[in-house]
Design a protein around this ligand. Structure first.
Ligand code: IMP
Ligand code: MG
Length: 322
């Protein structure tokens, strides 16, 4: 691991630059000590400021010491935005900086990657103040490649965590079905990704059949109305059936399918669901193999789960930002 620790910023005067960056922008003064130039032997200071809150990259405030350097003060990126300040609360930072006299050169705007406004330091160097979408700097940041999709929120279950859970469920199903051939019955389309991984985590003979139901169209709330769009290919009588679901939310879909399957006299009937929404089971169903519990409030996407048919291909499960 490596990262950029310091960026030098040429300033006219140490103290006026500290007054601006600490007093107005709100950075912290991390270091301020006398130094002697290894090149010229002249006295100088080592002055480092950093944004508060554990931001990693700091600014070395470097006082210009000759004409070329003095001419470059305020021309850090020759008029372009050259520095990027990230925040997890744009409104608070914008209000505080404006109140402290920092000059913003434009009104805040919404971009696909976040909320942003350009401001200038005391020399005219331009900065972006940015609150990235999905708050991608913190823990639970969306995974690489999806960080800047405005609808992909925080990662609840990473690809690695899902793989470990699927392996564990596969082992348990294998152990519980020694000498038998379980029939995995799954429900299109959300469970497709899960079942394809799960069946490969089961050692020994296994069969697969699929049902297609439609419970609610493009909405994000369960209606409880279940319609069979495609039925099973074969009878489940005498079979050891495992109903594989992506998520049990209200449990209404599952309850309906369990009643339908059990009326066909399987030898056994079990349920495996990757996700179970906490407090969501209006129609409580027993779940034999459960993956992860999900907070009641989170609508999630990825690993097969969709929002209006999109995002099934995320390799992880994340919250959906409408
Ligand atoms: P239930 O009948 O309310 O249990 O509905 C379960 C079905 O609703 C799942 O198979 C999903 O297709 C869908 N669903 C419920 N919650 C979510 C979610 O958070 N994201 C995506 N689909 C969901
Ligand atoms: Mg589904």
């Amino acid at each position: 691991m490596s990262h950029i620790d310091l960026v030098s910023l040429l300033v006219r005067d140490y103290d006026e630059a500290i007054a601006f960056y600490v007093g107005q922008v709100g950075f912290e003064l991390m270091e301020d000590r006398p130094e002697v130039s290894s090149v010229t032997g002249a006295a100088k200071r080592w002055v480092v400021v950093r944004p508060p809150g554990g931001g990693r990259t700091g600014l070395l405030l470097a006082q210009a010491s000759d004409d070329a350097q003095r001419a470059a003060v305020g021309r850090h990126a020759a008029g372009r935005v050259g520095l990027f300040l990230h925040t997890d609360d744009f409104d608070e930072a914008h209000r505080r900086m404006t109140g402290a006299g920092v000059r913003f050169v434009e009104a805040p705007r919404r971009e696909p990657y976040g909320t942003v406004a350009v401001w200038e330091d005391l020399y005219g160097n331009r900065w972006d103040l940015i609150q990235p979408v999905g708050n991608p700097d913190g823990p639970g940041a969306p995974e690489d490649g999806w960080r800047f999709d405005p609808h992909v929120g925080e990662t609840l279950f990473s690809a690695e965590a899902i793989a470990a859970k699927v392996a564990e469920l596969g082992r348990r199903i294998t152990d519980d079905h020694q000498g038998r051939t379980p029939l995995l019955v799954t429900v299109l389309k959300g469970s497709l990704v899960f079942v394809s991984d799960l069946m490969r985590a089961i050692t020994g003979p296994v069969e697969l059949d699929v049902l297609a139901v439609s419970s609610y169209g493009e909405a994000t709330k369960s209606s409880g109305v279940v319609r069979i769009v495609k039925d099973l290919d074969r009878d489940v009588a005498g079979r050891d059936v495992i109903l594989v679901e992506d998520i049990v939310d209200s449990g209404l879909t599952m309850r309906y399918l369990l009643e339908r399957l059990s009326s066909q006299n399987p030898a056994s009937l079990k349920v495996c669901s990757l996700l179970i929404r906490d407090g969501g089971q209006r129609s409580a169903v027993p779940i034999d193999y459960e993956g992860f519990r999900l907070p009641a409030s989170a609508f999630v996407i990825g690993y097969g789960l969709d929002a209006a048919q999109l995002y099934r291909n995320l390799p992880f499960v994340a919250t959906y930002l409408p």
